[in-house]
Design a protein around this ligand. Structure first.
Ligand code: NAD
Length: 296
């Protein structure tokens, strides 16, 4: 179905072909959208090299046999809004010093210059430098960094891209159940960051709905073995827990989250805004762990 033909989509947070961002971009391309990618500045060179060398070709294959194309890859660091915000050590850092224009406001300006207005925006990024520490041991700096990279980045994207989105446009971000239930080992303030992200989804749906006529939704996804998730260190346990305890006993595929995202990002969801939609094989609905020894 090519229901997104003629729509321009920017997916921010693609660094390889393993995560939700890539799967969502592919789903959007499958439905006819033009794809622009935002890749975290320090890894943009390795990402574009891998893309050109064909490392992602197998994953880029669409159902008609063609490869998903990307019009432009923009280096972006979503913790910086304006060039004045970039500290000296980042400007001089070897992975940044040859780049420019990677703050959120500059990327929005470049996207508008290159492609005019866009219709779809995806925030598929998160970062918590102390994610492996319990909240009780998280420093103020680590907590603020997690919220800056994982939640305020969403506010900033909408602040800067809202004005260059067509009326009727749609935005999606990705959350995790740790926003509302205690999930051991999802630390460093990341649970707080996801709670903020879901709350901001509601507030921004009102503010950006009234101001720009765009919709803002969130997907609370089940566990996926992405690069970011592997760095947290307990993804295999979370997948196993879901397999044992979720209503649907199958491993979640990135494609399933992408399908739900494509719905929210399409006109089929024109009446839906401000929601957090669970795409987790139903795990959120459970009140007990069925594999608990207490139940045997
Ligand atoms: P991923 O590694 O594919 O994506 C995370 C991306 O964020 C990476 O490409 C990384 O380079 C980018 N990033 C980090 N800091 C950034 C910054 N300052 N500016 C711009 N980009 C930055 O992993 P993923 O698991 O697909 O993550 C995508 C989203 O899905 C995240 O919000 C994550 O929290 C959420 N999520 C993941 C899971 C899971 O189990 N994998 C479950 C629920 C929600």
């Amino acid at each position: 179905m090519k229901d997104l033909l003629g729509k321009k989509a920017l997916v921010v947070g693609i660094g390889d072909d393993q995560g939700f961002g890539f799967a969502i971009a592919k789903g959007l391309a499958e439905r006819g959208a033009t794809i622009l990618i935002g890749t975290w500045a320090p890894i943009v060179s390795i990402f574009t090299k891998s893309w050109k060398m064909g490392k992602f070709d197998e994953s880029r294959k669409l159902s008609d046999g063609s490869l998903m194309e990307c019009e432009t890859v923009y280096p972006i660091d979503a913790v910086f809004d304006h060039v004045e915000d970039i500290p000296e050590d980042i400007l001089e850092h070897k992975r940044y010093k040859d780049l420019s224009g990677y703050t959120v406001s500059e990327v929005a300006k470049k996207v508008q210059e290159d492609h005019g207005k866009i219709d779809i925006l995806v925030h598929s990024l998160a970062n918590g430098s102390e994610v492996t520490k319990p909240l009780l041991e998280t420093s103020r700096k680590g907590y603020m960094q997690a919220v800056s990279a994982s939640s305020y980045s969403f506010v900033s994207l909408i602040q800067h891209f809202g004005p260059i989105m067509n009326k009727g446009g749609s935005v999606v971000c990705l959350s995790y159940i740790a926003s509302e239930r205690a999930i051991p080992k999802y630390g460093g303030g990341m649970s707080s960051a996801k709670a903020a992200l879901e709350s901001d989804t509601r507030t921004l749906s009102y503010e950006a709905g009234r101001k720009y006529g765009i919709r803002i939704n969130c997907i609370s996804a089940g566990p996926l073995r992405s690069r970011a998730a592997k760095a947290i260190g307990m993804i295999d346990n979370m997948i196993e827990y879901s397999l044992k305890n979720a209503p649907i006993q199958e491993e979640l595929k990135a494609e399933e989250v992408a399908n739900a995202a494509c719905f929210l990002l399409s006109d089929f969801a024109s009446g839906v805004t401000g929601v957090t939609l669970y795409v987790d094989k139903g795990l959120h609905a459970m009140g007990v762990g069925l594999d608990s020894p207490c139940l045997s």
